[in-house]
Design a binder for this molecule. Structure first.
Ligand SMILES: Cc1cc2nc3c(=O)[nH]c(=O)nc-3n(C[C@H](O)[C@H](O)[C@H](O)COP(=O)(O)O)c2cc1C
Length: 211
């Protein structure tokens, strides 16, 4: 059964994006856009699509939550998941944020490395107990027999660790160090604004891309 969505045509009129708006520090500007998405009441303003590819070059993509913005972009996951395995063989990755109500997109490309064990420990210890249990109980991305197998494993762990679960060694943070960051603001008539930052020997270089 086919479908078409030809009737859906939104004109993007929420804003514009100039070189001056972006300034010279794309990480500070990314922070501003996340803050503005949050202030606009968007749910999960830090959710982004994370694209990876393993040795075979076959891309895979999923949503993760950005948890920290410092020299890089930090997210947390299972190191043995599909993304974890792909990043272990090929550390190049791309992230895309989409904030629909603001008609904005940000794209980041870079290299991913695990954060330190101490950093993962600290974050894990601050997670709600249920999230700790889930991280420890779930062999993320593996085929499992049924849901009951998962909940049984969570119950077993809850009996062993009634208050606080220790961080499993297969779970922790990743930091993507950006080499390119692009900001996109929708404009009327599909003449959108795109400003790209690329990291070079002299620091960030800024350019405008055709939409
Ligand atoms: C809104 C949202 C937030 C998510 N946040 C995370 C996250 O921070 N870390 C994570 O491992 N998975 C997160 N997930 C689940 C992933 O999208 C994905 O299902 C999981 O990480 C397994 O991916 P993989 O098999 O490609 O490794 C999130 C999903 C959604 C929809």
């Amino acid at each position: 059964m086919g479908a078409d969505f030809l009737g859906r045509r939104l004109s993007y009129e929420a804003g514009r994006l100039t070189e001056e708006d972006c300034g010279s520090d794309p990480m500070a500007f990314l922070r501003l856009w996340i803050d503005e998405a949050s202030e606009a009441g968007l749910i999960e303003p830090t959710a982004c699509a994370l694209a990876t590819a393993g040795k075979d070059g076959r891309p895979s993509n999923r949503i993760v939550l950005l948890r920290k913005l410092d020299d890089g972009l930090v997210f947390f996951s299972n190191y043995e998941s599909r993304k974890g395995q792909e990043l272990a063989t090929n550390p190049l990755a791309a992230m895309t944020f989409f904030w629909p109500q603001l008609q904005r997109q940000a794209r980041i490309e870079g290299t991913v490395a695990k954060v330190s064990a101490a950093e993962s420990d600290e974050y894990f210890a601050g997670r709600p107990y249920g999230s700790q249990l889930a991280a420890a109980a779930s062999p993320q991305s593996q085929k499992i027999r049924d849901r009951a197998a998962l909940t049984a494993r969570a119950e077993e762990l809850a009996a062993v660790y009634p208050d606080q679960v220790p961080r499993p060694s297969h779970w922790g943070g990743f930091r993507l160090t950006p080499e390119a960051i692009e900001f996109w603001q929708g404009r009327p008539g599909r003449l959108h604004d795109r400003i790209l930052f690329e990291r070079g020997p002299e620091g960030w270089a800024r350019a405008r891309l055709a939409p």
